[in-house]
Every structure is written in C-alpha cells, then in structure tokens.
Design a binder for this molecule. Structure first.
Ligand SMILES: N[C@@H](CCC(=O)N[C@@H](CS)C(=O)NCC(=O)O)C(=O)O
Length: 440
C-alpha cells in the first residue's frame, strides 16, 4: 500500500492524486494507495525529518521509502508499474513523449504563477468578487483538521493574517504575497500573467473540443501536469471556479474527466452504451479517439499550439535560469557540491537575499511584453535535466533524431532545446529528498 500525503487544495497534490487514481483504476497499482491528509503534525513530525521538507505531496511506499515531489512520484511509480504507462514509449513516439514533458513543465512551473495569484488576489479584503472564506476553510481544514467547522474557518483566517499579513497584502507583502513578488507577479504584471493563463485556457478549449485528453482518448503525463493549476486552483477556488465553469465549460469538463468522478464528463475507464438489435447493451470506449492515444506519434496542431506557449513564454526564462545558476554555483557565494534553493512558491529562506531584489539569484524576464524581475529557481534545472535524459533517448536513433529535430524546429526557439546538454553543463544539480545540491 502506497500512502500519498496531500491536501485537497494543493496544486501539486492534485497532480499526483489524479495520476495515482488513474493507475489504480486502470488496474496498474495492485497495492492501491491511501490518500492521507498531511496535517501540520504529520508535516513536521514525519515528512520534514524524512525528506527535509513538509511540502506536499509526498509518498511513502510499503517498504518505507519516501518519494518527495510530484514528478518523482510519477517517475517512481512508472518505473515499477508499467502495464498502463502515462508516458508514451520514447522510441516509438518521441514527439508525443516530449510534448508530454513540456506541457508538464509549463503547467508545473509557469502556470503556477497565475494559479497562485488568483487564489490570493481574490482573497485580499477589498477585491471583488472575493473567495476569502472559501480559501480560509480549505486551509483551516488542514491546519485545524478535525475541529468544529467554525474553528476550522477561524484557523484559516488566523493563518492568513498571522503568516501572510493578508490585511496588508498590497503595502507590505508577506508569506504567499511575498512569494508572488519573488515570482515576478506584481501589480505591474499580474494582468499579463492572467492573460497568459486565459490564452492557455482558450487553446485548451480548442484542443479538448476534439480530444478528451492531450494525446487522445487516454490521459498522459501532460494531463496530470495541467491538473495542478486547473483542479485545486482554477476549478476549486470559488471565483475562478465560477469563471472556469461559465467561460470554459469544455476545460471544466476535462477537469472532471481527468479526476475520474463524473459520469457525464466520461472518463478513462468508462464505457458508453448503445442498444443492440435485441435491446442488449453494446459497449464502446467512452472517450475520444477510440479510448487510446493518437497513433503514429501524432501531435495534433491544437497541442502544438500549447507547446508553442512553452517556447514563447517560458523557455527564455529557463535559458536564463541555467546561465544564472551556473554563475551562482561558480561564485564565492556557493561551495562546490553545496546546497541550493529548492522551492517553487517563493524564495527559500537561507537564500532569501540572493533570490529577492536584485540578488545573484534573480533575473529579468518578460510576460505579455512587460519586462520584470523574478527569482531564479534552481529546481527548474533539475526538471530540465530530467527532460534532457528523455531528449537524449529520443534522439538515440536516426529516425528519432530526425523526427524530434523537425518537430522542435517548427517552434520559434524550439531548436534551442536541442542544445540542452551543453546549456546544463555548468549548472548540474542533484536532488536528495527535497534538497538540491550542485554537482561538483
Ligand atoms: N516541486 C514540488 C512542489 C511541491 C510544493 O511546492 N507544494 C506546496 C503545495 S502545492 C507546498 O506544500 N507548500 C508548502 C511548503 O513548501 O511547505 C512538487 O512537484 O511536488
């Protein structure tokens, strides 16, 4: 039995949970998994001593191995349970494989900014519409788990004031509000970030019009990646939940389908029935594309359009991240082989001065034509290394190399991904639990 330590309102927990639920429902996780609410007691007493972080999700295996990070959880399970893979074979379908990883990276580490923003923006006292009570309830349900309803609500509200200074969110950003600033989401850029999310939602509307999941009739890594921003944040949070359901019903339906809990949205292990000549029930796969991934390594134009967002918006930031991380590792501020910041949602305490202001681990980036500054996230280097391994395999045969090169070169900047190994040469990192270290 695997145990997933998670919160319902957590971005990356949603990704790991939907993935594990899929594996279990498709008969590829015979041990099953238990979804355990990660209360502060468990985060401090169990998760942090094991991996160096209380962040969720984390997974404990039956033989007491800890797996920290949603991507590591997926990689770990895929390596052990491969009857129903969520990543295509890189040799047979190199383009679909790369598209899956690129959408995961876009969803995890770029869309996280507008996803993070909407939750906290629509919780600030003078903003309308406002979902602060809903938000307080979802946090209080973790931080005062088991207490009566009004106490849970009060616990969430107390946390927002005491830890995040919500009443001074604009004038003196702390906690999550400071995290948004570190990520380059300020009054100057927040609308551009949201426009980026709206653009992706529009592209997803077009894609899910024709296909039930990114690669066709079954979910894949990219779908679970997208589930991060789209489930716990955009779908569940009240303000954007209304917006998503009313303005993007097709994407909302995909959320329900990927979560596997809505008979009308249809899902991966469901059948649709019609009546045969004798009035008997005749079954067919409930999802598009015959209930399978598209054949012949096909990446439809509507999915290419989403990959194009990765190269247009996110890639320049990632390219700069590799350079900045290399410079930092080579500087006097860092011991060879020493620790590096590992967090996503804001500066990591020990590196606070480096990751804020004009610190050594900050850089310029652009969103919607606006230039701004944000922290450098060495965790992105780890995600890129993982991608580099896949890319190398995809290009290990002549046919794979040709196919991937042609596919990538259709995107402006896309060819730069082919130089990933060279760009990573001076900034390689190693991950141990939640801790990141440079490689000597
Ligand atoms: N890269 C990690 C990110 C995990 C993460 O940042 N989790 C958030 C919730 S979605 C969290 O637990 N934050 C609280 C903390 O860092 O202590 C993953 O993919 O699992």
């Amino acid at each position: 039995m695997y145990r997933l330590f998670s919160w319902e309102h957590s971005y990356f927990s949603g990704k790991a949970r939907a993935y594990l639920r899929y594996k279990q429902r498709m008969g590829d996780l015979s041990e099953g998994f238990e979804d355990v609410l990660a209360t502060p007691e468990l985060m401090m007493g169990l998760l942090t001593p094991a991996t160096g972080s209380g962040a969720v999700p984390q997974m404990l295996t039956g033989d007491k191995q800890w797996v920290q990070d949603s991507s590591d959880i997926i990689d770990f399970i895929e390596a052990r349970h491969n009857k129903v893979p969520v990543i295509p074979s890189v040799h047979d379908a190199p383009r679909q494989t790369l598209a899956s990883y690129l959408v995961e990276l876009l969803a995890d580490e770029w869309l996280v900014v507008p996803g993070f923003w909407e939750r906290w923006h629509y919780s600030v006292p003078d903003v309308e519409p406002n979902h602060v009570d809903y938000n307080a309830m979802q946090w209080g349900s973790v931080f005062a788990a088991g207490a009566p309803g009004n106490e849970r609500l009060a616990a969430g509200a107390g946390l927002f004031e005491n830890m995040f200074g919500i009443s001074q969110a604009r004038t003196n950003p702390r906690g999550v509000y400071a995290g948004l600033v570190h990520l380059g989401c300020t009054e100057a850029t927040e609308q551009a970030w949201w426009a980026s999310m709206e653009n992706v939602l529009g592209l997803l509307d077009m894609h899910f019009d024709a296909h039930d999941f990114l690669l066709g009739g079954l979910p894949s890594l990219g779908d679970f990646g997208l589930f991060g921003p789209l489930y716990a944040h955009l779908y569940r949070d009240a303000t954007t939940g209304f917006m998503l359901r009313t303005q993007h019903p097709i994407v909302s339906e995909w959320v329900e389908r990927t979560n596997g809990d809505n008979v009308s949205a249809r899902t991966y292990d469901q059948k649709l029935y019609s009546l045969g000549a004798d009035g008997d029930l005749v079954a067919r796969p409930a999802t598009s594309d015959g209930g399978r991934w598209l054949p012949d390594d096909r990446v439809p134009p509507s999915l290419n359009a989403i990959v194009a967002v990765f190269f247009d918006e996110m890639w320049p930031m990632l390219a700069s991240t590799m350079e900045k991380t290399a410079t930092f590792i080579a500087s006097d501020a860092h011991e060879p082989g020493g620790a590096l910041p590992g967090k996503t949602f804001g500066a990591d305490r020990p590196w606070y001065a480096h990751q804020t202001g004009d610190g050594a681990l900050t850089h310029d980036f652009e969103i919607g034509g606006i230039r701004a500054r944000r922290m450098v996230t060495p965790y992105h280097v780890w995600m890129l290394q993982r991608l580099a391994g896949v890319l190398a395999e995809a290009r290990s045969s002549e046919a794979g190399r040709a196919s991937v090169t042609t596919w990538l070169e259709q995107f402006p900047n896309g060819g730069e991904l082919l130089e990933l190994d060279d760009r990573l040469a001076d900034c390689r990192v190693r991950k141990e639990g939640a801790r990141l270290f440079s490689v000597r």
